[in-house]
Write a protein that binds this ligand. Structure first.
Ligand code: PHE
Length: 341
């Protein structure tokens, strides 16, 4: 009997102390103190015990009843206190608490590099001009000495629209439109998105941003030396003062002679590393002295003007500047990437 009472006591006190709300506590009160409780059952058997035992067990049971009753009352107070505390906690307004910070976004890395490039050209007196993203065949190809069936068209496969226009393949078209409206001397950069029918990989995409620079003046006033000085100033501005530039002969239908230009690798300073594939140089863009055919296509008389043009991709500049090895990251929208700039 005594054992049984002890067991009831252990279990009951434990359960009461764990009750978390008043409804649970009420259930426990019925379970342990109600008419059908185990303790009541025990007390019913007391009459069969000897007189001494009867007294002892009876006292024990009554003590337990009082103790459980006490504990339940105590727990009621605890629960009530906690519940009202919870409400206060929830509804508390601390006017001195610092506001939640709204995190600020920033410009896309390509936009940042584009602005930086524009600034450098601006400092050399170049005007930024905008153009259309969808061009007709004349402005995108013919006027740039790339007539139909010219093999140079293969260098820039594109997406043709049903009306014969194209999402422009190069921002050179902007220069054509500008020269139709403005006479030299002129110094302009045209920046914008261009489209080519390419398969995406780490260094190519079907769209990218191109920058083209054009400087034109009367014949004899602009030479390759001017081009070299502008391009090397630009490289130094973007990649650091110690950057060197070199030209290699190349072919583009809108220039004569044509070059490709490289910058010394900003990572290894020309010694050769993984980024420059051990050569010490990084290929950056195409350039040359404007072909007279371009001038005649915009209505200038032949040999009246001379100038240079060069073009390159913003993505490629940004990749080199920040050591990014996959151009598709720029368009993926992954914040883990974008937040690093
Ligand atoms: N528009 C040329 C291209 O996209 C680049 C270029 C510009 C080359 C100016 C020479 C001179 O390939």
């Amino acid at each position: 009997m005594k054992n049984k009472i002890d067991k009831i006591k252990d279990l009951a006190l434990k359960e009461i102390s764990k009750a978390r709300n008043l409804a649970d506590l009420e259930k426990l009160r019925v379970k342990y103190l109600g008419r059908k409780s185990e303790l009541t059952n025990v007390l019913r058997g007391v009459k069969n015990l000897s007189k001494n035992e009867r007294k002892e067990v009876g006292e024990m049971a009554n003590k337990l009843r009082e103790e459980m009753d006490e504990n339940i009352k105590h727990q009621v107070v605890n629960i009530k206190r906690r519940e009202s505390g919870d409400v206060k906690e929830k509804e508390k307004i601390d006017v001195t608490y610092p506001g939640r910070k709204i995190s600020k976004g920033h410009l896309h890395p390509l936009t940042q590099v584009r602005y930086e490039i524009e600034e450098i050209f601006k400092s050399m007196g170049f005007l930024t001009v905008d153009g259309r993203e969808v061009e007709d065949e004349f402005h995108n190809f013919d006027a740039l000495n790339m007539p139909k069936n010219h093999p140079a068209r293969d260098m820039q496969d594109t997406f043709w629209l049903k009306n014969g226009c194209v999402p422009r393949t190069q921002t050179s078209s902007v220069q054509i439109r500008f020269m139709k409206e403005n006479k030299p001397p002129l110094r302009i950069v045209s920046i914008g998105r261009v489209y080519r029918n390419e398969n995406s990989d780490a260094t190519h995409d079907f769209n990218f941003n191109q920058i083209e620079c054009l400087m034109v003046d009367e014949s004899g006033k602009i030479t390759v030396a001017h081009f070299k000085s502008v391009v090397s100033e630009f490289m130094k501005g973007l990649f650091g003062k110690e950057t060197k530039t070199r030209l290699r002969p190349s072919y583009f239908p809108f220039v004569e002679p044509g070059f490709e230009f490289d910058a010394s690798c900003p990572y290894c300073k020309g010694r050769g590393c993984r980024i420059c594939k051990g050569t010490g140089w990084i290929e950056l863009g195409g350039a040359g002295m404007v072909n007279q055919k371009i001038f005649t296509s915009v209505g200038f008389s032949e040999d009246k003007y001379e100038g240079f043009a060069f073009g390159f991709g913003v993505e490629r500049m940004a990749m080199i500047k920040y050591g990014i090895d996959d151009t598709r990251l720029f368009y993926g929208g992954d914040l883990r990437f974008l937040e690093q700039f």
